[in-house]
Ligand binder design. Sequence first.
Ligand SMILES: C[S@@+](CC[C@H](N)C(=O)[O-])C[C@H]1O[C@@H](n2cnc3c(N)ncnc32)[C@H](O)[C@@H]1O
Length: 504
Amino acid sequence: MSEVDAAADILMEVSLDDPVPSDVAPSESTLVTIGATVPTGFEFTAAAEVEEKLGCRCKISKDRGKIYFQINMDGLAQVHRLRSVDNLFVIVQEFSDFPFKESKEAALEDFKELASKLPWEKALKTWELNNNLKKKKKKRRPDKERKQQVVPSVTDRTDKIENDKETVAPSTAQEESSSLDQQEVDSPEGLAEDLSPEVSPEDDGGEDSANTETGKVLKFRVTCNRAGDKHSFTSNDAARDFGGAVQEHFQWKADMTNFDVEVLLNISYNEMLVGIALTEESLHRRNITHFGPTTLRSTLAYGMLRLCDLEPGDVIVDPMCGTGAIPIEGVNEWPACFFVAGDNNRNAVNRTASNISSLLKRQQSSESYTQGLPIDAAQWDISRLSLRTGSVDVIITDMPFGKRIGSKKKNWDLYPACLLEMSRVCRVGTGRAVLLTHDRKCFIKALARVGHLWRKMHTVWVNIGGLHAGVYLLKRTTLDLADSSSERLEENHPLSPESPAKEE
Ligand SMILES: C[S@@+](CC[C@H](N)C(=O)[O-])C[C@H]1O[C@@H](n2cnc3c(N)ncnc32)[C@H](O)[C@@H]1O
């Protein structure tokens, strides 16, 4: 038995244990393992959503940013309705310890051998079923017409030793190209969306659900993601040689841009996973039609909102809402709450209003039409919110990091003022705040000054476009602002970057 055969047999050992199917036990033949990419840091939130909505437990990938779960094929539509996941794929086979050869030639030979040995059938059946469910990618204007320059993607690993990604048409080295156009455009502050407006709401004109049963020759591409410093090959090499073998095995046609099937080859150190993509574009692209410089992904917004333990009737305020990504995700998922979005920038408030209006239009054209949405937008300054004292249950916001918006220097005034005004409007004893920032030093020092008003309950560390940011969950103490010595903030002790900040 070759090492590749042996590794292929390992599938049974590494397949997910503890699937918790709902009422009817699905048969082995319809059980498939789905992989989903999630915002790094919110893996457990995503796993909790999957357990709650699909009734199955998840495995979280060692290298973070991914979860895996088993479903019955007929539950695929529900998977597309998850709010915490970005991209979906079905697993063809997973190897927990692939014997990558030391010599490049031998390692690539193994990739070639592998294609014909993989158990493709169930994954391809899932892909076929999925063709009617997935949202088709919308056409975008060519790069040169885009309003804003595309920023090369920042990798998701801060401890990266080597991490590369290639999408390659097999066996045509001269045609190899990076799939930059397919990658997320990550900004250093929040995850900026592609700023270019979509050309048309129609599908991309591609052929409808390509079908293995129609006899039509499918078009495909292989995308390889690789992390690890000990491989003798690059992701480009692996994608090309594995892709060549896939082409030979299925007699498919390689096509980099107009493909029916995207085969994924994810290599992380000694682990390898072969999968088939089930999403053409990330599921985080769902709410926002009017983007700003630091629009937050809907999936991150959802993760933050889940931390708040929202109850029907809660009043939730995003006082620095930008394009409104957080409250708009909130009103979609928690329509029994009331959301207020505000910002001091007029353009931001206008964008939020336009995004709310787009959502209303979508709702009006859907069957679940209800009159209006429990959300409103206002222009204000965080230090003087036009809200009654103790009238808010939850404050949730993505604060200026001081990189794209504002400056680190300004944050030394902004953050303490923000925490103080938040403590005024939030309900004493029960109010919560969920705050995202990359300027951790300034935040921790500002928080220390109002430690009598806010108690830090929990911190989730997230990766925002390659930046290590914190999502802080705070609880309002029972101390009344009027009784407290909060005036210290305005006393002769302004916050300064020099004094030490303490963080866990
Ligand atoms: C990181 S952005 C928020 C991005 C937002 N989450 C989104 O998805 O678009 C921070 C926002 O804080 C706003 N801001 C900065 N200083 C402010 C202040 N003093 N009062 C209110 N908003 C402020 C900025 O205009 C900016 O829109």
